[in-house]
Design a protein around this ligand. Structure first.
Ligand SMILES: NC(=O)C1=CN([C@@H]2O[C@H](COP(=O)(O)OP(=O)(O)OC[C@H]3O[C@@H](n4cnc5c(N)ncnc54)[C@H](OP(=O)(O)O)[C@@H]3O)[C@@H](O)[C@H]2O)C=CC1
Ligand SMILES: O=C(O)CCC(=O)C(=O)O
Length: 448
């Protein structure tokens, strides 16, 4: 039986009327539904049992007030959230984002995506996401510490090593995880693996910092290999200059690529000579320790700074969007294609708008969707959970091998479900492979 476009529209009309105004959530669901609704024509049980409908309704949405004192002793009020989307295949798992843009729609889209991403890793992790509309930019360390402690003072009652295990995301790195872990331990008097991305001295895992960016490039390499190509000598645009961007740039460089750009929310830098390891290390120090702006790179290394723009107008072979959602619009995708871009691997979550994804797929650009390409980070978090549960720690070399194997198996799962004979639609493959595993678990539980 053929799926009619109206089936997808009908499904989306219902979803939009139940979740008004949540545009990012609508966008993420539409992207999955467009592949899953046709697929369910031949897999009727998932439609009969309303599996997609169930996965689109979070198990629970937790929202709370976060009060803290700034350095001038003013009381500040923020809103914190945890979206526990689905725990059919394991405890809720997913990052915390601290950014002014954070709202329920953004976190619902992220928790929804996380559910399928975690499924693709093959590890026992459900999907969740959380955060707050707190802006760490310009805050002192003491302010960040007080905010994190206040945030955890409410969150602690909703999380636990077998319940829900948050980690970092935009605005939440090792420092913030340390403050939150310390507060959890203080309140509960328990030392458990309740957060991942912890420091190595207190239960963290080697390779977690590198895992998302490295994994994104491993997926790219596997995709190129399946198309009888390689990364050697290719020019690469990277957006962002945070955790994912810097480690993606580093791994691409290690594989012989030439990195031309990095960016932040003020604009992008274009280095015609390419980023060396020394320059990437300088960016890491700028962003993590000095909390500076990417424009300073241009002054330091004599590169171009393009204020208020994204890097997609620069000619390249490969694009690695690693900053945030919706950073490649339809016209950006068309520009990239016109300038010769032949592969895109999404380090950020949902960085490409639907029109952009369609343009890439129509042009047969190799396109690695976020839920597959950036799954290395949460996979390493899953391995951190295993280490914590077993009260042991594995070495970096061992974990690197595990990360490489997990990324290859994610690639192969997506390839198997998305290969259309001559061209692989990895977006479709990731949706089907991710959905099927969670869906089978949902079916096993009956109506719950
Ligand atoms: N960390 C992880 O393990 C994982 C992260 N991701 C995703 O990767 C992306 C980046 O996360 P991560 O590197 O951890 O975060 P960081 O906070 O380390 O870095 C974020 C980077 O993106 C830029 N950025 C943020 N918002 C915007 C915006 N609205 N416009 C332009 N640039 C922006 C930031 O610039 P500025 O300094 O100006 O804010 C910064 O360069 C996110 O989509 C995240 O969800 C996905 C999987 C795992
Ligand atoms: O490691 C984790 O649990 C968080 C990863 C994450 O937030 C993501 O994959 O988007």
């Amino acid at each position: 039986m053929q799926t009619r476009a109206t089936d997808i529209e009908h499904f989306m009309d219902g979803l939009i009327s139940r979740n008004p105004g949540e545009v990012e959530f609508h966008q993420a669901v539409h992207e999955v539904a467009s592949d899953i609704i046709p697929w369910m024509q031949d897999h009727r049980i998932y439609a009969q049992e309303q599996v997609l409908e169930r996965l689109c309704e979070p198990d629970r949405i937790i929202s709370f007030r976060v009060c803290w004192h700034d350095d001038n002793n003013n009381i500040r009020v923020n809103r914190g959230y945890r979206i526990q989307n689905n725990n059919a295949i394991g405890p809720y798992k997913g990052g915390l984002r601290f950014h002014t843009s954070v709202n329920q729609s953004i976190l619902k889209f992220l928790a929804f995506e996380q559910t399928f991403k975690n499924s693709l890793t093959g590890l026992p992790m459900g999907g969740g996401k959380g955060g707050a509309d707190f802006n760490p930019r310009g805050k002192s360390d003491h302010e960040i510490m007080r905010f994190c402690q206040s945030f955890m003072t409410e969150l602690y009652r909703h999380v636990g090593e077998d319940i829900d295990v948050p980690a970092g995301d935009i605005g939440v790195g090792g420092k913030e995880i340390g403050y939150m872990f310390g507060q959890y331990k203080r309140i509960t008097n328990q030392f458990t693996g309740v957060l991942t991305g912890k420091g190595l001295d207190y239960g963290g895992s080697a390779m977690r910092t590198e895992a998302t960016g490295y994994g994104c490039v491993y997926f790219l390499i596997d995709m190129l290999k399946a198309a009888n190509d390689s990364l050697e000598g290719k020019t690469v645009l990277v957006s962002g200059s945070g955790n994912v961007a810097t480690y993606a740039a580093e791994q691409a460089l290690l594989n012989g690529a030439k990195i031309l750009t990095m960016s932040d929310s003020d604009g992008f830098v274009y280095d015609k000579n390419g980023f060396t390891q020394e320059k990437i290390d300088w960016v890491k120090d700028l962003k993590i320790r000095r909390r500076g702006r990417i424009s300073e790179y241009a002054e330091e290394f004599g590169a171009e700074f393009h204020q208020g723009s994204r890097p997609w107008g620069v000619s390249c072979d490969v694009a690695l969007p690693c900053a945030t959602q919706n950073e490649i619009e339809g016209h950006d995708a068309k520009t990239l294609i016109a300038n010769g871009c032949m592969a895109v691997s999404e380090g950020a979550n949902m960085p490409t708008l639907a029109e952009g994804v369609k343009a890439f797929l129509d042009a047969k650009v190799l396109f690695a969707p976020a839920k597959a390409a950036n799954a290395g980070g949460v996979a390493m978090s899953g391995l951190e959970m295993s280490q914590n549960a077993g009260k042991r720690s594995w070495g970096g070399a061992e974990l690197s091998v595990m990360l490489r194997e997990i990324m290859l198996s994610i690639h192969d799962r997506c390839y198997e479900a998305g290969n259309e004979g001559g061209y692989c639609n990895y977006a479709k493959g990731a949706n089907i492979a991710g959905f099927k595993k969670v869906g089978d678990a949902v079916l096993a539980f009956g109506v719950v």
